[in-house]
Design a protein. Sequence first.
Length: 191
Amino acid sequence: MGTALGLDGIADARGFAASDFDHDGDVDLVVNNYNSPAYYYVNHWKEKGQWLAVRLKGTKSNSDGIGSIITAVTDKRTQHRLVGAGHAYTGQFSKEQIFGLGQNESAEIRVRWPDGRVEHFGSQKALQRTVLVEGKGRLIVSPRLLAKATVKPSPSRSRLLIWLLPLGILLALSFIFSPRNIPYHEPSRLE
């Protein structure tokens, strides 16, 4: 597949990062190589569609919104992006998330922040980069609602777990240390 896409470098690749490095709405790649210069693959896909780039600015959670899930909804599909850090060995993806929108002119955007709150940021127009600020959207799910919805184990369930946990540990240990049908080979003798 790499050859067909033009991603068939001969260097010893050790990691990569994906982002819209040239700011044209599609995702490009940088591949880090061992003892060799990095490869920069620019995406020049012929089929152009609409896109939306979203970056978060946290105010109550962390400043980059790491751990948040951004959801973009169009009339045909729903896409989710997790804002993360430390994606790979020797590589870090951008915290800006790119959504391909096809021929849609906009997308409805929701953000689930790390503490569980969900905010709706309304319709965002295509072909733009936008920064969504925590606390500036319309709150859909609040921490109070999440606390009420949390299921607390009943005392009878807790007692059952106390009995099942040691049983599970015993079963796991018996499986690990059970004799296996390992073939025995007689050591060869030197004459």
